[in-house]
Design a protein around this ligand. Structure first.
Ligand SMILES: Cc1cc2nc3c(=O)[nH]c(=O)nc-3n(C[C@H](O)[C@H](O)[C@H](O)COP(=O)(O)OP(=O)(O)OC[C@H]3O[C@@H](n4cnc5c(N)ncnc54)[C@H](O)[C@@H]3O)c2cc1C
Length: 422
């Protein structure tokens, strides 16, 4: 069986940034395994601009952003295999994969970095009534058809869900000559970035109907019309509020789910909130030497944060190997708890000795908050209280913890992140 120090599962932005960081940290035995026919992940189909503002201080398209990292992987001579599907990761870090040239093969790794990204929530999970005619696509599938395969899914479009992909596709379909009639969102707020609502809907006069859902899809062979209705606080349709739109296409943009079948079967403990692995300050899961980063860990809003996080996963994997592949010491661990408006945090535990001088704790809120405060408590003492003009579930939030600050609080057991009105 071949041995490699670090196996990276997934060659999207997370896997690429982790590989580059691991190589730059001094490790020469890295292998990226990617099931697709090219590196770059989901960014290859995101031909709109808006990527990389934080990382490169310029607006790039998805493929341009990905290429900056692909080029580094090529220049640094990092090994990768395309068309290679990882089938299994054993707790001892034996990775089983398959491709046409090698058939089924196994690799023994010292560290594994999970970077499998996420997938779209399918229609089956959404309970929409009606037949199952042609013309219903997930927004990401439509994006791939239009941007990579060169097909138009339809001409008259209704979109359910206001996640970023749905918003981006509302603009894309419009630019390709389709009429996007409405975007319906079940929740009373959009799940997407504010900038995408402005640039993709408002700029093109596409209405966004919050607290609305699809109640009927007409057409047996192909979609012919979609009816939406307003929902009450219980998210049930309100009779009498139905609006019918003739259309040939319904796009679904109803959320993303981290792709963690491999992680689960390896025995990685998962967060019920993020559907991603539970990790410590080093982005290490409960299995020593198995790290996670990018959308497989939690769904990110901006790819810049994916790259930043993945860099740390790569560096920490090298550190783990250089330190002799020891199990993480769990005796002096501080728990990070999200409560009162904060839905989760990544990471969920900190060992102060192992943390860098600065640690970014990312989280999302569960509702829209205006002029509220992000508060951080060390046990019962409030040590951070930052006012934010607006916070919404579609945008990630963060607090930065200093190592020196934590070292001053000897015996600290719990850090709490919450949202306070004053
Ligand atoms: C439609 C869309 C629009 C977006 N727009 C923006 C934007 O405007 N600005 C912005 O900053 N961000 C945007 N994002 C977010 C950004 O693209 C993601 O945050 C980023 O791509 C996540 O990187 P990743 O590497 O974690 O996942 P991915 O890019 O999904 O990469 C994961 C890779 O893992 C591979 N993989 C999965 N399972 C296996 C397996 N078992 N074996 C081998 N390989 C495997 C996949 O094939 C894939 O290549 C958008 C995302 C989407 C989906």
């Amino acid at each position: 069986m071949k041995s490699v120090d670090i196996v990276i599962v997934g060659g999207g932005p997370a896997g690429l940034a982790a590989a580059v960081a691991a190589k730059e940290a001094g490790n020469d035995s890295i292998l990226i395994l990617e099931r697709d026919n090219e590196l770059g992940g989901i960014l290859n189909q995101c031909i709109h601009n808006g990527f990389g503002l934080h990382t490169f201080k310029e607006e790039l398209t998805g493929p341009e952003y990905a290429y900056r990292f692909i080029k580094q992987v090529l220049d640094l001579g990092i090994e990768y295999k395309l068309h290679t599907m990882v089938m299994d990761i054993a707790p001892d870090k034996t990775v089983t994969a398959m491709n046409r040239e090698d058939g089924m093969f196994q690799i023994k790794a010292k560290a594994v970095i999970l970077a499998m990204g996420c997938r779209e929530r399918p229609r089956g999970a959404l309970n929409i009534p009606g037949y199952r005619p042609a013309g219903i696509f997930s927004a990401g599938t439509a994006q791939r058809l239009v941007n990579i395969e060169g097909y138009m899914p339809g001409r008259e479009v209704v979109i359910l869900g206001s996640g970023d992909i749905g918003l981006i596709m509302a603009r894309r379909m419009t630019l390709e000559g389709a009429k996007v009639k409405v975007v319906a969102e079940l929740l009373p707020y959009s799940g997407g970035l504010k900038r995408n609502i402005v640039q993709c809907l408002d700029d093109y006069g596409i209405p966004l109907k919050l607290s609305h859902t699809v109640v009927d899809i007409e057409g047996k062979e192909h979609v012919t019309a979609v009816t939406i209705a307003e929902v009450g606080p219980d998210r049930k349709p309100i009779p009498g509020t139905e609006e019918r739109y003739t259309c040939d296409t319904l796009l679904l943009s109803c959320g993303l789910i981290p792709e963690n079948e491999l992680s689960r079967s390896a025995g990685v403990k998962m967060s019920p909130v993020t559907s991603g692995p539970i990790v410590n300050e080093s982005l290490e899961t409960n299995i020593p030497g198995v790290f996670a980063c990018g959308n497989v860990l939690h769904v990110h809003d901006l790819v810049d944060y994916v790259s930043e996080e993945a860099k740390r996963a790569g560096q920490n994997a090298v550190k783990y190997i250089n330190d002799g592949c020891k199990d993480a010491d769990t005796s002096d661990v501080i728990d990070i708890v999200a409560t009162e408006g904060a839905r989760y945090t990544v990471p969920t535990t900190i060992n102060v000795d192992r943390m860098d001088d600065l640690l970014t704790v990312r989280f999302r809120v569960g509702d829209v908050y205006k002029n509220s405060f992000v508060s951080v408590y060390f046990d019962d003492e409030r040590i951070m209280h930052n006012q934010k003009r607006i916070m919404a579930p579609g945008e990630m939030e963060q607090v930065i913890l200093r190592k020196s600050q934590l070292q001053e609080h000897k015996g600290l057991k719990k850090i709490t992140v919450k949202i306070e009105a004053e």
